[in-house]
Design a protein around this ligand. Sequence first.
Ligand SMILES: NC(=O)C1=CN([C@@H]2O[C@H](COP(=O)(O)OP(=O)(O)OC[C@H]3O[C@@H](n4cnc5c(N)ncnc54)[C@H](OP(=O)(O)O)[C@@H]3O)[C@@H](O)[C@H]2O)C=CC1
Ligand SMILES: O=C(O)[C@@H]1CCC=N1
Length: 264
Amino acid sequence: MKIAILGTGNLGYSIAIGILTQDNFKFKNLYLTKRNIESLDSWNKLPNVKISTDNKKAVRFSDVVIIAVQPKQLQEVLEEIKDVVNPKRHTVISVVTGRKIQDIEGVLGTDISIIRGMPNTAISVGQSMTCLSSNQKGKLHVESAKTIFNSVGKTMCIEEKLMQSATVICASGIAFWMRLIRATTQGAVQLGFDAEEAQELAVQTCLGAASLLVKSGNHPEQEIDKVTTPSGCTIEGLNEMEHQGLSSSLIKGLVTSFEKINQI
Ligand SMILES: NC(=O)C1=CN([C@@H]2O[C@H](COP(=O)(O)OP(=O)(O)OC[C@H]3O[C@@H](n4cnc5c(N)ncnc54)[C@H](OP(=O)(O)O)[C@@H]3O)[C@@H](O)[C@H]2O)C=CC1
Ligand SMILES: O=C(O)[C@@H]1CCC=N1
């Protein structure tokens, strides 16, 4: 598979790192573009990676085109590549927030295979949660997209109308979970650990909690019940967090984030 990433910024770069470092996915060439390519200079040393400012050239050399520019930059990139996108050859995967498949079809045409993807930056370490939807033609190529994104995490095919929600939960979600981990770390420092130890304790406990749910398939409350000794310290702390609005503030944050996407 020959892959191009148009827009190698925070997310595009993370996707590239993920693709390059996962052993279970073999690609032939990876073409990375951005307008200012100095930051990608070191990538030129890799034999099967090409760096360029030329989006058209990248498309011509690829089968799968991942577009990872900011929403306000998308139209220009689509206009630039529309003449070189070939319905018989290319699958276009847009990871651009808030831009519908219909918007992309409006420039590239309905005969192009278009997939809308929403990965997150954990793709760089092979742990992305990536949601996918496609246009009619793209349905034939969803398996190729799944092959790519399954090699760097998990995928879920969803209806496009849920893509904004998926963006908040999974993509913005990385930032939300980071803040929760940081808060735990701050608490651990207050309770006597130095900063480095505090972060290790917070991160491993977070990983343990997630792994318990992944392995058991249990509801979080079943695992909470196993931890909360009657009249113990856990339920005391948990109830205080809820009195202070833990669940409520998380949900309100997710909904506020969702409302913002609809204005992007
Ligand atoms: N960051 C994240 O965690 C996530 C982001 N997204 C979405 O992914 C997209 C990218 O986000 P993010 O990586 O954070 O943004 P960045 O601004 O970091 O990346 C965008 C990149 O596109 C490049 N670019 C801009 N215009 C062009 C052009 N005409 N041709 C080629 N490259 C171009 C920019 O580099 P230069 O200026 O050098 O051209 C930049 O590196 C957004 O739509 C965002 O909403 C989705 C999920 C998660
Ligand atoms: O903050 C943003 O708008 C983008 C979408 C999800 C992650 N970053």
